[in-house]
Design a protein around this ligand. Structure first.
Ligand SMILES: *Cc1c(COP(=O)(O)O)cnc(C)c1O
Length: 791
């Protein structure tokens, strides 16, 4: 990467893109020309990297979501050019951080599932595996969140308004996708995924939906202007917006069209490429491993069978190819949350695909009868039942692998939720505990900590081999080293304090405990438990002037699905608590509450490094894995949490004594759930009673029509679809308070507290997505890693 060349390219782009001299551009425009100049360097390397996998088996990741965040720093880090480019820009009088901030997040996902896909791409490229991501190029990603009077208000996410320097439109690779009532063109946009060191550069291929006939001249001539562009609008709607709904599967026809659109386009792409070198499909599954990220792309199973049928492959053979090609990742434990589609809708939109699903269902039933399943039991496995298509059943039957995303989750699948399937096909079930990439979540997000680690270990190998962190454990008893670690944590806390002051207008105490819960807003994640604890502390402080607590800042970040009213009410509730607590001078700033606006990947990169304590307090058995928990751990924060998802494995690695585990276990919940009576439970608990009463007793300064009555009812009366206190908030409250008291006590001895934090960081090796991808590659995909040197 030649400095003079980059500079001259930037000047060229300034003129050709903006018609201005480089010096006169604003930061956004400077970012654009700089990223274009970098991209010019990437393109030839990318071409060469793709070639090295020619003729080899490759893997593909089909996902409705890729929550990528920003690309600039990530790309420069992985190209090993960040420092050099920073210096170069400095020489031109440009502040790199200002350019970095000018990039929009590529927020093409809702939360964990989409961010997992992004981490996997980074890890696969770094490990020199060929993994292509296939998804949708949403015009609008996850909505932008604003708070107005404490309420969430959604705005469209215009991430493409300044263009996207990192993608290339591949007009030559477009395909047609046909629905019963519509045919559209799927145009791919390719983004390079640069592995650390730059040896392998893979592709994220996102499809954009466009019209076959963009403009109806006749209609326009007849002055029917709407009709003239109707086909264009209808086509473009398919990739217009990410479904921001991650609580309940709704949205119907458009959502179904989105799923089929990107799945069909991706499979047509694979078949077209395959046909260039092969006359038949005998080797198709030997050359392609396709991972389905949840059931959103499950229509891939019948669609591949349909496409192969068009190529002359028999149904039976095509089915066998599909099973050998596909593998399925399950992300949800709740049976009732498993995705289903109405037969009526499928027949209306995808009648040919539906016919194939019927054939698959019949084939399965025949196979199960042969396996000795009784006629009555057969209905439990039916893919089509009660007018619905069960996508999870289709995914288990139509693939050779079904995996959970943490050990506890996989166990629950095998023993409870998918037990019957597991007994039939035990060899198909396996675990792949999630992971995160240390390149983004440590090297990029926390450069000083990264440097410190490199300094202690004497080399940078940990950047591609996170297990090396365990070598740090021997330093845990060295107070001088813990002191340096503390100093870095404090600098990150100070940075966050300044950012929050600028962004949210709240002044927080940088010496207080930064207690952080950042994740989608869901009842099962129990932000309300955290909120109740804050109200409890506030009450105590008000009642008793001598009540001694370690000063604490409670930081929240979360988006609620726009249609999820109770989640939105919880946001308002927490904002109301913030209003109450932050403005009450009598508590002398001992506690403060901040709900940061518009939590996303870039905000996350500021929050994780500054955390003192990681809130992972979901009801046991509900969080499949969690990955936020891993980001906190890697940045040196102990977990306060339940035995749920990957928390179990985190504690296994870092030690119970270095974390704050509380609350009911999966087994205990199983035992009490049928007799659980939260009203009775609450009567025994005075301090919690007062907190719950505050929901409706005028504690909060609300307008007459505003009330938290519904939140109270959800705990004490239940709702149409769930029992009272479905998530055991009341039952777990005391244990949570106790664990929090221990955190506060422990924090008084800074050195000892941060020793625990340090040990967590040193124990985070297992949670690299490099480890996860290695397992997928070896145990599911059967693909080989190829470095340039070997070619
Ligand atoms: C990691 C991450 C998530 C997932 O967080 P969980 O705590 O595992 O639910 C969601 N959103 C963003 C922006 C993330 O970076």
């Amino acid at each position: 990467m030649n400095r003079e060349l980059i500079t001259s390219r930037m000047q060229g782009y300034a003129l050709t893109t903006f018609g201005m001299n480089f010096e006169d551009l604003g930061n956004k425009e400077k970012y654009t020309v700089f990223s274009k100049a970098i991209m010019e360097d990437i393109l030839p390397q990318w071409q060469a990297s793709l070639k090295k996998f020619d003729g080899k088996k490759k893997a593909y990741y089909l996902s409705a979501e890729f929550l990528m965040g920003r690309a600039l720093s990530n790309n420069l880090i992985n190209l090993r050019k960040l420092e050099e480019m920073k210096e170069m820009l400095e020489g031109l009088g440009i502040d790199y951080n200002a350019l970095e901030e000018a990039e929009s997040d590529a927020g093409l996902g809702n939360g964990g599932l989409g961010r997992l896909a992004a981490c996997f791409l980074d890890s696969a490229a770094t490990l020199n595996y060929s993994l292509t991501g296939y998804g949708i190029r949403y015009n609008y990603g996850i909505f932008e969140q604003q708070f107005i009077n404490g309420y969430q208000v959604e705005k469209g996410d215009e991430w493409l308004s300044q263009g996207d320097s990192w993608s290339v439109r591949r007009e030559d690779k477009k395909v047609l996708v046909t629905f019963k009532d519509q045919t559209v063109v799927a145009v791919p946009y390719d983004t390079p995924i640069i592995g650390f060191g730059g040896d392998t550069i893979n592709t994220l291929r996102l499809w954009q939906s466009e019209a076959v006939n963009v403009f109806d001249f006749g209609a326009f001539n007849n002055q029917d202007y709407d009709k003239a562009v109707k086909e264009k609008n209808d086509a473009e709607n398919i990739s217009k917006v990410l479904y921001p709904n991650d609580s309940m599967e709704k949205g119907k026809i458009l959502r179904l069209k989105q799923q089929y659109f990107f799945v069909s386009a991706s499979l047509q792409d694979l078949i077209r490429e395959h046909k260039k070198n092969h006359n038949d499909f005998k080797n198709f599954a030997k050359l392609h491993a396709v991972q389905l990220n949840d059931t959103h792309p499950a229509v891939a199973v019948p669609e591949l069978v349909r496409l192969l049928g068009l190529e002359g492959v028999s149904f039976k053979k095509a089915m066998s190819i599909a099973v050998d090609t596909f593998a399925y990742t399950n992300h949800t434990i709740l049976k009732e949350a498993l995705e289903q589609w109405s037969v009526k809708l499928y027949k209306k939109i995808l009648p040919d695909v539906y016919k194939i699903i019927v054939k698959i269902d019949n084939m399965m039933k025949k196979e199960l009868l042969e396996k000795g399943v009784s006629e009555e039991k057969l209905s439990e496995f039916a893919i089509i039942a009660d007018g619905n298509i069960k996508m999870a059943w289709l995914s288990i039957y139509g693939t050779h692998s079904t995996n959970g995303v943490a050990q506890l989750h996989t166990n629950i699948l095998k023993e409870t939720e998918l037990r019957e399937w597991y007994l039939l096909y035990p060899e198909r079930f396996n675990n792949k505990t999630n992971g995160i990439t240390q390149r983004r979540w440590l090297v990029e997000a926390n450069p000083r900590l990264a440097e410190f680690i490199t300094d202690l270990l004497g080399n940078e190998e940990w950047i591609t081999n996170l297990d090396n962190l365990k070598e740090l454990k021997k330093f845990a008893s060295d107070d001088e080293i813990i002191g340096r670690f503390i100093e870095i944590k404090k600098s990150k806390k100070k940075e966050l304090k300044e950012y929050i002051l600028a962004k949210e207008g709240v002044d927080i105490d940088e010496n207080s405990i930064f207690d952080i819960q950042i994740k989608r807003l869901h009842e099962y994640k129990r932000q309300i438990l955290n909120a109740f604890h804050i109200l409890y502390l506030y009450n105590r402080l008000k009642e008793d002037e001598t009540f001694d607590i370690t000063p604490r800042t409670f930081i929240f970040g979360a988006k609620a699905a726009p249609g999820y009213d109770r989640a939105k009410a919880i946001i308002k509730f927490i904002n109301a608590i913030a209003e109450l607590v932050n403005n009450d001078e009598s508590i002398k700033g001992k506690i403060k509450v901040v709900f940061v606006e518009n939590y996303g990947v870039s905000y996350a990169q500021r929050l994780f490094p500054a955390a003192d304590i990681s809130e992972q307090i979901s009801t046991a058995g509900k969080e499949a894995s969690g990955t936020g928990n891993m980001k906190f751990m890697l940045n040196g924060a102990p977990t306060i949490g339940t035995f749920d998802g990957a928390n179990v494995e985190i504690v296994e690695e870092a030690g119970l004594e270095n974390n704050y585990i509380f609350g009911l276990t999966v087994e205990q919940i199983e035992e009490i759930k049928d007799s659980y009576d939260p009203v009775k439970e609450l009567k025994k608990n005075k301090r919690l009673q007062k907190v719950v009463d505050a929901l409706t007793d005028g504690t909060f300064d609300l307008k007459p029509q505003e009330t938290f009555e519904e939140l109270k009812n959800s705990l004490l009366k239940g709702a149409s679809w769930h029992t009272p206190d479905n998530y055991f908030v009341i039952k777990d409250f005391d244990a949570y308070v106790e664990a929090q008291e221990k955190v506060g006590e422990d924090f008084k001895n800074e050195l000892e507290f941060y020793r625990k934090a340090f040990i967590n960081m040193a124990s985070a090796g297992k949670f690299s997505s490099d480890r996860t991808i290695e397992e997928y590659a070896k145990e599911i995909w059967n693909i080989e890693s190829i470095t340039t040197r070997e070619v």
